[in-house]
Design a protein around this ligand. Structure first.
Ligand code: ZN
Length: 209
């Protein structure tokens, strides 16, 4: 957490300096120079305009800095599965689609499917704490792919389905293995084999990929 905060503040600092220097240059180019021949009323108007102008620029700096902070602070999943360094998503196959909110026979898909061939190694997408194993289905005919794991990290609580975990407690560093992709083809032949990523609150995880 300390490391992440440091990263964010460094980013904020550098981006903030850049933004301020650009605005200073802009201000020099556009700054108003009161004419000594102008009467007092006009001078007052100019001062008021200048104050408003500076206030608007100050607001602009704050907005820019906040936007930069948000962008820098965004959590991104690192590689989840060997053979899929870009975390490519399951798109569409004969069983359905892999995006969040995709239709299913009697429900809606509440996760995001990341392509992962059967038997592949599954990695920690960032430093995570293991929060115990989970059972995906109650249907015994799907026992071959019935495992998963609860995880926490980067402020997120999420689950991975169809993964046989190496262990279910303790911590794992980013990029180290969590477990193995289960044999999805034995249960769903023709489906794009995948790890199902689901947030604990069932919100959309797509923004983290
Ligand atoms: Zn899924």
């Amino acid at each position: 957490m300390l490391r992440n905060n440091k990263k964010s503040w460094n980013c904020l600092f550098v981006s903030g300096l850049s933004t301020v220097s650009k605005l200073q240059r802009l201000y020099k180019l556009t700054s108003l120079k009161p004419n000594p021949d102008l009467d007092l009323d006009l001078d007052l108007d100019l001062d008021l305009d200048l104050d408003l102008d500076l206030s608007m620029r100050a607001v602009g700096v704050v907005v820019c800095v906040l936007a930069v902070l948000c962008v820098c602070d965004a959590v991104r999943f690192g590689q989840l599965c060997s053979g899929n360094p870009a975390n490519n998503r399951r798109t569409s196959d004969s069983w359905g689609q892999g995006h969040y909110g995709a239709g299913r026979t009697t429900r809606v898909h509440k996760g995001l499917d990341i392509v992962c061939s059967d038997g592949s190694v599954v990695y920690a997408p960032f430093d995570v704490t293991l929060g115990g194993g989970l059972t995906v289905y109650t249907d015994a005919s799907k026992a071959a792919i019935n495992s998963g794991i609860n995880l926490r990290g980067e402020g997120l609580c999420f689950k991975l389905f169809y993964v046989s975990p190496d262990r279910t407690s303790g911590s794992v560093r980013k990029g180290q293995r969590i477990g193995t992709m289960m044999p999805m083809q034995s249960v769903y032949p023709g489906m794009t084999s995948h790890v199902h990523v689901q947030m604990c609150d069932k919100s959309d995880p797509t923004q983290y990929f």
